[in-house]
Design a protein around this ligand. Structure first.
Ligand SMILES: Nc1nc2c(ncn2[C@@H]2O[C@H](COP(=O)(O)OP(=O)(O)O)[C@@H](O)[C@H]2O)c(=O)[nH]1
Ligand SMILES: Nc1ncnc2c1ncn2[C@@H]1O[C@H](COP(=O)(O)OP(=O)(O)O)[C@@H](O)[C@H]1O
Length: 206
């Protein structure tokens, strides 16, 4: 029997590794699709419009807020807006795909509220704040100002862990990717009971 399509939300402070994990899962499972968010920040080297994000002007983003086109949106950094378009989520669910999200902690809380029955929220936790900052610097995508903003926001975001269904510690990447695969499989095939079984087996307390 075909399983009902689900929503799987990855959230974390910048640099924790959610994009890396989401990209890995998309390669391993064809029943998953990525919810491409809209945002107003500028495109990074290597990012593709309509694949990584829909890069919009501030004016266009604000027009879409007025037109009620978003499931949720946040001004994540000053004048940098990010949001999930209703049309995007509906399109992917209609294809029968389970939808993966890579969004900030407040957006994740909002998506959970919209789809309480069929969403799973996973908080990606770095082994320490220092490791998080080192990864963010090592990624070399941000200038000093942008790094400063991300680091300043991270301490607050780390306090949101308890709001989510599952904590995935991203220390060794291979271990984290394997755990992410298991959690997604458990939830897609058996829903919350599958998740509980997995947590129980792991001695996981989140
Ligand atoms: N609320 C919300 N946050 C989003 C959305 N898309 C991306 N984000 C978050 O915005 C933050 C900044 O993303 P980005 O500029 O790609 O930087 P990065 O986190 O350093 O890779 C991250 O926490 C993303 O997860 C969205 O649709 N809604
Ligand atoms: N377990 C890990 N060990 C070392 N580096 C990692 C690990 N996970 C991710 N990274 C690296 O850390 C940086 C931030 O990861 P990224 O997936 O962009 O995070 P996010 O999407 O949460 O901002 C990237 O350069 C990525 O290659």
């Amino acid at each position: 029997m075909q399983q009902e399509a689900k929503l799987i939300i990855f959230t974390a402070p910048s640099g924790a590794g959610k994009t890396t994990i989401v990209k890995h899962l998309l390669k391993t499972r064809k029943d998953l699709a990525f919810s491409i968010s809209a945002c107003t920040r500028s495109q990074r080297y290597g990012e593709v419009n309509g694949m990584d994000y829909y890069f919009l002007s501030l004016q266009d983003f604000k027009r879409r807020i007025e037109a009620d086109e978003f499931v949720e949106w946040e001004e994540v950094y000053d004048n940098q807006f990010y949001g999930t378009l209703k049309e995007e989520v509906e399109r992917l669910l209609a294809l029968g795909k389970s939808v993966l999200f890579d969004i900030d902690v407040k957006g994740a809380v909002n998506i959970q509220k919209h789809y309480p029955e069929r969403s799973l929220s996973i908080f990606v936790k770095p082994p320490s704040a220092d490791t998080l900052f080192a990864r963010l610097r090592g990624r070399k995508t941000e200038d000093e100002e942008s790094l400063r903003k991300r680091i300043a926001r991270a301490s607050d975001e780390l306090t949101y862990e308890c709001k989510f269904d599952y904590t995935l510690v991203n220390d060794n990447l291979e271990v984290a990717l394997a755990e992410a695969e298991k959690v997604v499989e458990a939830f897609i095939s058996e829903g919350n009971s599958g998740l509980e079984k997995l947590k129980h087996g792991n001695g996981h307390h989140a």
